[in-house]
Design a protein around this ligand. Structure first.
Ligand code: PLP
Length: 359
C-alpha cells in the first residue's frame, strides 16, 4: 500500500492513525458485533460516541457552557442561508467580503435579508483581510459575518474583530481546530467537516444559546437552529459515521497535545512552505504578509505554461491535489492538521528540483 501526501482543499487528508482505527473497528465496534454505522442513532452505543465527540470538541476548543454544539448536515453552504433565515429576517446583516466563500455567503443572505457589505477586498484581488479600522459598519444589524479563512485565496484573518455592537459570526470551515480560538467572542461559528474535522457529510455549528431565542418559529424545523439544538442534533437521522469519525479525529488531536500543539506545528509547516516560495523568483504567493493563511497556501509559477507539467510531475512524486482552484488557477497546497511535516519537506524539495530542471 502506498499513501500519497494529499494537498487537496477538501475533502482532505485524515490522520492515518484515525483511518487505521476506523478500519479496525469497522466490523465489530467495541464488541457489539456491529459497525457503528449500522446502529441506531438513538441507541446507547451511538449516543456514547456522540456525547464523547461533543465533550472532546468542547475540551479542545474550550467551549463555554452557554454555547450549544450542533452536528448537522448540508455543509457550510447550507449555513450561508440558515444564518440569515434564523437571525436576520426583516433586518440588516453586515458582511465582510474577502474571497469566493464570503462572496457566496453574501449572495445567499441577499435572498433572505438586507445585506450591508462593510468591507470588500475584491478591488485588490482578494489579497488581504481588511483592517478593522477600514470597515464601514452600520448600527442595529443582526450580526456581522466574515470568513475567517478563505480557502481558495489563502487569506486568513490575523485578528478577531473587537468592539462589535452585534453578534460576530464566522465561517471557520478551513481553519477550525488548526489553533486555539476565543469561542466566547463569537455568537456563532460554523464549519464543514471535510478539512480539519473529518469526512464530508457533517457540518459543525457552535452557537451561543441566547441567540437561539431569535430563531423564528415560521421556518421549517430542520432549518431552525433552536429546534436542532433542542433535539441534540437528532431531529432526524444525523450523519452517524461522519460524527463517529470526527470523534476519532478529536481524540487524535487531544493525544497530539491539543490545539496549542497543532498551532505550533501548523506555524512551522506554513513558515517552511512560505519561505520556499518567497526564497525563489520562480514561485510567488500573492497574499499580503499579515493575511497569509496557515492552512491553504496558493502559489503561482512565474511561467504559467509550466502549470500542467508541475501538477503532473508532482502527482508522480506522490504529491497529490496541488492544482489551484479553477477560479484562480496556479497551485494551492492545503496543509491541514493531518498533513505531516514530512509532507511539507517532500513538497519543498520537489519545488526546488522542479525549478532547477526548468532553468
Ligand atoms: C471557507 C469555506 N466555506 C464554505 C465552504 C463550502 O462548504 P460545503 O461544501 O461544506 O458546503 C467551503 C468549501 O470548501 C469553504 O472552504
Amino acid at each position: 500500500m502506498t499513501r500519497v501526501f494529499n494537498f487537496s482543499a477538501g475533502p482532505a487528508m485524515l490522520p492515518e492513525t484515525v483511518l487505521t482505527r476506523a478500519r479496525d473497528e469497522m466490523l465489530d465496534w467495541h464488541g457489539s458485533g456491529m459497525s457503528i454505522m449500522e446502529v441506531s442513532h438513538r441507541g446507547k452505543l451511538f449516543l456514547s460516541v456522540a456525547e464523547k465527540a461533543e465533550q472532546d470538541l468542547r475540551d479542545l476548543l474550550n467551549i463555554p457552557d452557554d454555547y450549544d454544539v450542533l452536528f448537522m448536515q448540508g455543509g457550510a453552504t447550507l449555513l450561508f442561508s440558515l444564518i440569515p433565515m434564523n437571525f436576520a429576517a426583516g433586518k440588516v446583516a453586515q458582511y465582510i467580503q474577502t474571497g469566493s466563500w464570503s462572496k457566496k455567503s453574501i449572495a445567499a443572505a441577499g435572498k433572505l435579508c438586507s445585506v450591508e457589505v462593510v468591507a470588500d477586498s475584491s478591488g485588490t484581488g482578494y489579497d488581504r483581510a481588511p483592517a478593522q479600522d477600514s470597515w464601514d459598519t452600520v448600527p442595529d444589524s443582526a450580526y456581522l459575518h466574515y470568513c475567517m479563512n478563505e480557502t481558495i485565496h489563502g487569506v486568513e484573518f490575523p485578528f478577531v474583530p473587537q468592539g462589535m455592537d452585534c453578534p460576530l459570526i464566522t465561517d471557520c470551515s478551513s481553519t477550525i481546530l488548526s489553533r486555539p480560538m476565543p469561542v466566547n467572542e463569537f455568537g456563532l461559528i460554523y464549519a464543514g467537516a471535510q478539512k480539519n474535522i473529518g469526512p464530508a457529510g457533517l457540518t459543525l455549528v457552535i452557537v451561543r444559546k441566547d441567540l437561539l431565542e431569535l430563531c423564528p418559529d415560521s421556518i421549517p424545523d430542520v432549518l431552525n437552529l433552536s429546534k436542532v439544538a433542542a433535539s441534540d442534533s437528532m431531529l432526524n437521522t444525523p450523519p452517524t459515521y461522519s460524527w463517529y469519525l470526527a470523534g476519532l479525529v478529536f481524540e487524535w488531536l487531544k493525544e497530539q497535545g491539543g490545539l496549542e500543539e497543532m498551532e505550533r506545528r501548523n506555524r512551522r509547516k506554513a513558515q517552511r512552505l512560505y519561505a520556499a516560495i518567497d526564497g525563489s523568483d520562480f514561485y510567488k504567493n500573492p497574499v499580503q504578509l499579515d493575511s497569509r493563511s496557515l492552512m491553504n497556501i496558493p502559489f503561482i509559477l512565474a511561467d504559467s505554461s509550466l502549470d500542467a507539467e508541475f501538477v503532473r510531475q508532482a502527482e508522480e512524486a506522490g504529491l497529490s491535489g496541488l492544482k489551484g482552484h479553477r477560479s484562480v488557477g496556479g497551485m494551492r497546497a492545503s496543509i491541514y492538521n493531518a498533513m505531516p511535516e514530512a509532507g511539507i519537506e517532500a513538497l519543498v524539495s520537489f519545488m526546488a528540483e522542479f525549478e532547477r530542471n526548468s532553468a
